[in-house]
Write a protein that binds this ligand. Structure first.
Ligand SMILES: [Fe+2]
Length: 191
């Protein structure tokens, strides 16, 4: 018997079915992370052109490629070139990040104090997320992170969100000043 590998279409189909059942957050992460683990363990899941930084524009050493967009489900490939990093930001939707190639240093933060435009963040933990691992973004509870690729090779990942990130109002945090900045991307170049 020929076993076919779990491909992006299989994953999207399973996730769409799951989302349609209106699962609780726990059910969503329980099932969804099993699906995503299966997907990222298939080395053919991501075409090679989505495993490299874009090489153009303001963030040439980064890559963000939309793979699927539908109501309640957004899937993308994200590439961090050598030394590529991003400061703390939130997501305002549930998310799952599965690392496929190399590794990413992910630092999580929590809000410990806030007033008007200033927020004090405290570092919660820093983890080196490796191929085959999935990390979860839990809205309001555990969704502020910074990412860094300290290595000399690109890291590539599959990201899954409950909302389309284009136009979604989110926040960036400045660790030094405590200033919080509202942002919404008008095109897909973020994660
Ligand atoms: Fe993020």
């Amino acid at each position: 018997m020929v076993m076919t590998r779990y491909a992006l279409e299989d994953f999207v189909g399973d996730m769409q079915e799951l989302v349609a059942t209106r699962p609780s957050q726990d059910q969503l992460f329980d099932r969804g992370s099993v699906y995503l683990e299966r997907l990222i363990r298939n080395p053919d899941a991501l075409p090679e052109e989505f495993q490299r930084p874009s090489g153009t524009g303001k963030r040439a050493n980064h890559g963000s490629y939309a793979l699927h967009r539908s109501e309640g489900l957004f899937v993308s490939a994200v590439v961090w070139g050598p030394g590529d990093r991003i400061g703390p930001h939130d997501h305002k939707t549930w998310g799952m990040i599965g690392v496929m190639g190399n590794a990413i240093e992910e630092t999580r933060f929590r809000r410990v104090d806030e007033h008007d435009e200033y927020v004090k963040l405290e570092q919660d933990r820093s983890v080196l997320v490796k191929p085959g691992d999935v990390s979860l973004l839990i809205p309001e509870i555990d969704e502020i992170h910074a990412m860094n690729n300290p290595s000399d090779r690109p890291t590539f990942e599959i990201h899954v969100y409950g909302k389309d990130l284009v136009g979604l109002e989110r926040y960036r945090y400045d660790l030094e000043t405590g200033l919080v900045k509202r942002f919404a991307s008008d095109k897909f170049d973020n994660c």
